[in-house]
Design a protein around this ligand. Structure first.
Ligand SMILES: Nc1ncnc2c1ncn2[C@@H]1O[C@H](COP(=O)(O)OP(=O)(O)OP(=O)(O)O)[C@@H](O)[C@H]1O
Ligand SMILES: [Mg+2]
Length: 170
């Protein structure tokens, strides 16, 4: 990918405190590979809203940075403060519905820093999720209550509702 200026390489952080290092070692060592596999297994009808992972290893993962129609880099939802665009919010709702139907508890999705606004044209904006590493209790090993399916649903619901409340402006 030498010729590209839009490559995003992620490395698992190593400057954690002892506790977080242990967590990283046991729970997150395979985090990049898990994200790559997760991308491959995403439901087809919402896969287009997830930023593809090009390659991954135990130490790093490689992806592209989403771009808008004018060639500029897309920006995260939080950088906009609020988003007022019909297609964008329809797509967000669809993502929510499909993740719920399939019981995919990807807690990172409804987050202003992990979701980008990709402007396909002046009027058509779409969400692109750049971080979907954490799922279920694996992502939050200290939240033991997440072993319960009802709790996963509640956590996901809370995240979605908060996200919409914070950023949806119409
Ligand atoms: N493909 C990408 N293109 C552009 N910016 C990105 C991309 N991936 C990540 N970023 C930016 O970098 C930030 C950090 O990346 P990421 O969300 O993957 O890690 P993290 O949130 O620190 O990890 P974790 O959730 O495991 O703690 C994101 O919030 C986003 O703003
Ligand atoms: Mg993130």
């Amino acid at each position: 990918m030498k010729e590209h200026d839009d490559v995003c390489i992620k490395i698992v952080k190593s400057d954690f405190t002892f506790g977080r290092r242990m967590q990283a070692f046991f729970m997150r060592r395979r985090t990049n590979i898990r994200e790559l596999n997760r991308y491959a297994g995403l439901p087809e009808d919402i896969k287009c809203f997830f930023n593809p992972i090009v390659e991954a290893d135990t130490r790093y993962s490689v992806a592209r940075m989403p771009r808008d129609h004018d060639g500029g880099f897309s920006r995260p939802v939080f950088a906009y403060g609020g988003v007022s665009n019909r297609t964008f919010w329809e797509a967000v709702e669809k993502i929510y519905k499909v993740l719920f139907e399939k019981k995919l508890w990807y807690f990172d999705v409804f987050n202003g820093k992990n979701m980008f606004v990709k402007k396909e044209s002046d009027n058509v904006w779409l969400p692109v999720i750049v971080d979907f590493k954490r799922s279920g209790i694996e992502g939050f090993p200290l939240q033991v209550h997440l072993l319960l399916p009802s709790e996963k649903r509640k956590k996901m619901d809370r995240k979605y509702t908060r996200f919409v409340k914070k950023y949806r402006k119409d």
